[in-house]
Write a protein that binds this ligand. Structure first.
Ligand SMILES: NC(=O)c1ccc[n+]([C@@H]2O[C@H](COP(=O)([O-])OP(=O)(O)OC[C@H]3O[C@@H](n4cnc5c(N)ncnc54)[C@H](O)[C@@H]3O)[C@@H](O)[C@H]2O)c1
Length: 266
């Protein structure tokens, strides 16, 4: 019997795959038998990552906010690989700061990359996935798409919007055999030490945020990029054939609710 979690022969495009979570997802897809196209604006880093990942990986330049870039990448990838079976909309940026002081151009750029980007990507891959007889799309949202936080208004808006895009596209693309889901990672993880985390003092944040469920097994538990990648590859695989239009938090319980001191069971 074929292992339903296998990605043998699957051709997967990962946006923002040059580094961070995208790179770890790409590596895991390859472990499971798939082929990966890393698509990113960082050409040198992306080329090196693809080289490191070996023959099953290749790199394409892509600015996710450009419809023309998406069209070019789709042409080249379908020529080279004969089609595509899955897309991971992972590329995103984060700007932190008070809402009142937010530069409109920076907010626009963030929304163009984090929300318009996945929309354009979904639009561009739809005919290709249909030609392949179906496929899967995973949108990387965030716990910032399940709740709000001071200083991240534009990011929160983009990630909540991405969950809306996930639901709408799951409904529209279901008849073509395409499943669309969102993964909502928690934060604070040593292998996503990206510009994301450089922008704030994580230890202080974890200590002051009123969320004890983040402590799993009595230990502070940061979510690991590998935990997130496992969920992504599972959703890409046939094992997840019953899942579409849904959100999957990988946040060690962060968004489960409040574990209140002073109440029975604390
Ligand atoms: N790091 C975290 O703690 C965390 C937590 C929750 C969710 N996330 C989400 O995980 C995803 C990956 O985050 P990460 O931490 O690996 O970030 P990262 O900054 O390390 O990687 C993002 C990648 O996206 C690329 N990128 C940026 N703009 C692009 C564009 N216009 N077109 C194509 N590529 C572009 C960058 O070059 C980079 O390679 C993001 O969607 C992010 O919102 C991250």
């Amino acid at each position: 019997m074929t292992d339903p979690t296998s990605l043998e022969g699957r051709r997967v495009l990962v946006t923002g795959g040059a580094q961070g979570l995208g790179e770890i997802i790409a590596a895991r897809v390859i472990d499971l038998g798939g082929t990966v196209v890393i698509a990113d604006v960082q050409d040198d880093v992306g080329e090196l990552t693809a080289e490191r990942l070996g023959a099953a990986a290749s790199f394409e330049h892509l600015d996710v906010s450009s419809a023309d870039d998406w069209a070019g990448v789709m042409d080249r990838v379908t020529d080279r690989l004969g089609g595509l079976d899955a897309l991971v909309n992972n590329a995103a940026i984060l700007h932190m700061g008070p809402l009142e002081e937010m530069d409109p151009e920076r907010a626009r750029l963030l929304l163009e990359i984090n929300l318009l980007g996945p929309l354009l990507g979904t639009r561009a891959v739809t005919p290709v996935l249909r030609d392949a007889g179906g496929g899967a799309i995973v949108n990387i949202a965030s716990i910032g798409g399940l709740e709000g936080m001071n200083s991240t208004a534009a990011y929160n808006a983009s990630k909540w919007g991405l969950r809306g895009l996930t639901r709408a596209s799951a409904l529209e693309l279901g008849r073509d055999g395409v499943r669309v889901n969102a993964v909502c990672p928690g934060m604070g993880n040593p292998d996503m030490p990206t510009p994301f985390l450089e922008q704030f003092d994580l230890d202080r944040y974890l200590l002051t945020a009123p969320r004890l469920p983040f402590f799993v097994g009595g230990q502070p538990r940061n979510v690991d990029a590998h935990d997130v990648a496992e969920m992504v590859v599972w959703l890409l695989s046939d094992a997840a054939r019953g899942c579409t239009g849904a959100d999957f938090a990988v946040d060690a319980g962060w968004t489960a609710g409040t574990f209140a001191e002073g109440l029975p069971g604390f």
